[in-house]
Design a protein around this ligand. Structure first.
Ligand code: GLN
Length: 543
């Protein structure tokens, strides 16, 4: 079914709100609804609303907020944008992540430019208008049939009120059958009684109603399938028919969620509410992809040694990229998250703990804490011939590690860690020297990288160029190129007319490969990013 050329075409807006508590997996539910609709042939996209005042996610601590996802156009976005890209296999622009900061700065700019002609600028209508305009602009510019908008946070938060108010107004302005509201809640089980409790859902629906929004679908997160009793209760108290109460129970892979929702009839609910006809899901290879995450022959154990391991969400795209590769290779992925600080003081004993892993991955990071540990681990993986993948900070510190341990440049360092080092193997990019602001000022987004022929990189990518996303301020100092090369390291990829070094590799090692870019953002279920796939392939060969 394709609505785009129909003269009655009207964009449909689906709003996803959250209740009870955060961290329920609203992003996965939003992505799954969008995926189902995409599989019916509609042109679908997603927007994430983050009601915090930050302009974007770039300056936020990954341990508190999760990974910063980088879009091709250089946006530093909420990690849910990554979910949307992976589920829908599309690339989104940074406009798809709305924040209070972005909306207000636009409204204030307009006010300063005199665009409001003497009016008193208010949340209603000026801020809400700015929000609605953004959503409408995206759906028009991208010729969408459906735009699914996820509102971060929990209903009842003060900061999300202007966004929810804008959604409420959109129902009025776009028409009842062009808008649909999904509310995601939680039915916890109390150990003592063992039954699914619906009271938190009832309360959060009341909260939503107070704002003027009546949900059309309630998606209830729960450990086991939602019981008929609980479904009936939610239906009664939330005033929606029981077939519109959907069970979103725990499953082994997030990619199974579209099937779970489809099996409960979400398509006919959407058809009825949005006056769409003959929506038919063509699963094509999606079911095969989601099943591939459950079928495996052997387990592969990967150690991820990083700075932000206390919250695995800080590395969500890295984990996803590994899992896409594992699923394709029919491996069961086991990841152990290890704080790099643990290896800060070289202790051979501690490092040898890493021997039991089939692969070691060092992801991105910032700042001094734990950096010595990373340098030691990069060296250990090289010496112990353990397959190694280094990303961004992991790339930079494996250059330092090689310079120190192989080339005898004992004081080698990155100026990010020791600004006064005599041997700045990794240094501030010259363009960065004039910049004072922290937000949105790194080298960001997609850049073209040329790959040298007859290298591991050329084998991995089987082409002589790639386009990859970046997020960094420091880079390899090419003054050290010849000494590294003389000692056996190959630098095999360059960007910006040869100015930036992007890839390193060590021949005669099982697999030692690191890169300045963030390959993890390009990986998709069923289509793992090639460097991750090659790494997992070598890691899965038992020695
Ligand atoms: N801190 C390093 C830099 O800014 C690496 C950044 C990263 O890992 N994303 O260059």
């Amino acid at each position: 079914m394709q609505l785009i050329n129909n003269k009655d075409h009207h964009v449909k807006y689906i709003f996803v709100t959250g209740g009870v508590l955060s961290g329920l997996g609203k992003g996965v539910i939003t992505s799954s609804i969008a995926k189902i609709l995409q599989l019916t042939g509609l042109k679908v996209s997603c927007v994430k609303v983050d009601p915090y005042v930050n302009y974007d996610a770039g300056t936020m601590n990954p341990i508190a907020h999760g990974e910063v996802f980088v879009t091709c156009d250089g946006g530093e976005c909420d990690m849910d944008i990554g979910n949307y890209e992976r589920f829908l296999d599309i690339e989104l622009s940074s406009d798809h992540n709305l924040t209070t900061g972005r909306i207000y700065s636009e409204v204030i700019n307009d006010e300063r430019e005199g665009k409001f002609l003497g009016q008193c600028v208010q949340i209603i209508p000026h801020v809400t208008d700015a929000i609605k305009n953004k959503l409408r602009k995206i759906s028009n510019q991208e010729c969408l049939d459906v735009l699914v908008i996820e509102c971060g946070g929990t209903v009842g938060d003060i900061e999300s009120l202007p966004f929810l108010e804008a959604f409420r107004q959109m129902k009025l302005e776009e028409g009842d059958y062009n808008t649909l509201f999904v509310h995601v809640t939680l039915a916890p089980i109390l150990d003592v009684v063992g039954e699914q409790k619906t009271k938190p859902t009832q309360h959060s629906v009341q909260e939503l109603r107070r704002i003027g929004i009546n949900p059309d679908i309630i998606a209830v997160r729960c450990k086991n399938i939602l019981s008929n009793d609980a479904r009936r209760k939610v239906s009664l108290f939330a005033n929606i028919s029981s077939n519109c109460v959907l069970s979103c129970h725990d499953v082994k892979s997030i990619f199974l969620v579209p099937e779970i929702l489809a099996n409960q009839g979400i398509i006919s609910i959407i058809e009825n509410k949005l006056k769409l006809q003959n929506l038919f899901i063509k699963w094509s290879n999606w079911k095969g992809i989601s099943k591939s995450f459950l079928e495996y022959n052997k387990e592969v154990n990967i150690a991820v040694v990083g700075k932000y391991v206390s919250l695995p969400d800080s590395y969500v795209s890295v984990y996803q990229a590994l899992s896409h590769a594992a699923a394709k290779l029919k491996n069961k992925l086991e990841v152990t998250w290890i704080d790099s600080e643990k290896f800060d003081i070289t202790s051979k004993q501690k490092l040898s703990l890493l021997k039991k892993y089939e692969g070691i991955l060092i992801p991105g990071g910032f700042g001094k804490r734990g950096s010595e540990g990373i340098i030691n681990v990069a060296n250990f993986a090289r010496e112990a011939n353990i397959p190694f993948l280094g990303i961004c900070f992991g790339f930079q510190l494996s250059l330092v590690s090689f310079a120190r341990n192989v080339c005898g440049i004992y004081n080698a360092n990155s100026t990010e860690i020791d600004p006064a080092t005599n041997d700045p193997v990794v240094e501030f990019m010259p363009e960065q020297k004039e910049i004072n602001n922290l937000g949105g000022t790194m080298r960001l987004g997609r850049h073209k990288i040329l790959i040298n022929s007859n290298t591991l990189a050329s084998k991995i990518y089987s082409q002589n160029f790639i386009n990859k996303r970046h997020r960094h301020r420091y880079e390899f100092n090419k003054k050290y190129l010849s000494v590294l090369h003389k000692n056996g390291m190959i630098l095999s990829g360059y960007s910006d007319n040869g100015k930036r070094t992007e890839i390193l590799e060590i021949p005669h090692h099982k697999f030692y490969f690191a890169f300045q870019y963030h390959a993890e953002f390009d990986s998709r279920p069923g289509k793992p990013e090639q460097a991750f796939e090659s790494f997992m392939k070598v890691a899965s060969i038992k020695s």
